[in-house]
Design a protein around this ligand. Sequence first.
Ligand SMILES: Nc1nc2c(ncn2[C@@H]2O[C@H](COP(=O)(O)OP(=O)(O)OP(=O)(O)O)[C@@H](O)[C@H]2O)c(=O)[nH]1
Length: 346
Amino acid sequence: MARQRVPVVLVAGFLGAGKTTMLNHLLANRQGARVGVVVNDFGQVNIDALAVAGQVDTMVSLGNGCLCCAVDASGLDAMLGKLSRPEAGIDVIVVEASGIAEPRDLLRLMIASENPDIRYGGLVEVVDAVEFEATRERHPELAEHLRVADLVVLNKVDRADADAVAKVRGVVEEYAPGVPMVLTERGRVDPALFFDPRPRDSYGQLSFDDLREHDHSEHLHARYESVAFTSDQPLSPRRFMAFLESRPAGLYRVKGQVDLGAEGGRSRFGLHTVGAFVQVERSSWPGGGRRTELVLIGAGIDSARVERELRACVDKDAGADERGLLRFLRYLDEPDEESSRHAEDG
Ligand SMILES: Nc1nc2c(ncn2[C@@H]2O[C@H](COP(=O)(O)OP(=O)(O)OP(=O)(O)O)[C@@H](O)[C@H]2O)c(=O)[nH]1
């Protein structure tokens, strides 16, 4: 089995948009997952939630100043390296950019990172629905931030009326066509958008986490859809690649394993996509046999259509399409093969 890489989620957004509020919500609702946090200033982060997870010693403060200025590639890499060590047992790392950090630079650092223990977990841009117009005027670079985002969290919708929210949505969609968007109050996104909860049995003994009061505001969670797809027959590499390359707008994450009918030992393809980013890892099938299992998560996606499109990829003769498979291998993330890439680059 391939080593589990720790996803690194980048959270960006202008001053006061609600990044820290969202981070605290994630910490309070992390369902057993261990969260590593990198922020400039811990002042408002719910340290209790981290303390409960026993992660205090692995927290890394950047001190004063903007994250992008404070770290060069090796600086952030070193920090991520510390947090992603298998011994740290962390399931997800959230990097909160300061109000003035350039998300594009962070994204570059992430994509260029050679740390084998991490993978890109998405760039989330938190947008203040009330202040959107004012922020846009003051910071025209907001357009660029939205363009590179994998997910837009349109926050503070409780403070804007429906017309105003619709208007902001329209502008965001213009700047970031096809980028999934969730509407939130107090940053209450569903943590499953970012990371997977830990299976109960991996907790071991009853932890503080089990005793803690959880945030039961389920109904306030931003809505998203999740589609599970399985197939005992292999998928045609060509058709599956076409599906990946024209993923429906709104599809934020795809994760799982794919059987493309390939022969040989390491023919299980583990797949992670977030936004436009695609990462494929190769490993052996476990004893139980081969089977495609995918979970697709998005906001405003047509689940029936996604399932139909995937079903149409099923091809019992998939293994015969060696050329198609070779093309798919471009996505492979291995040191001696062409590494994973951002779809924009290709
Ligand atoms: N009404 C309302 N207030 C919110 C919401 N989200 C956050 N706030 C408030 O907005 C203020 C700013 O939120 P923060 O989470 O600190 O924002 P931030 O993006 O981390 O801010 P910086 O770190 O300064 O960039 C706080 O007073 C929050 O309580 C929301 O959805 N609705």
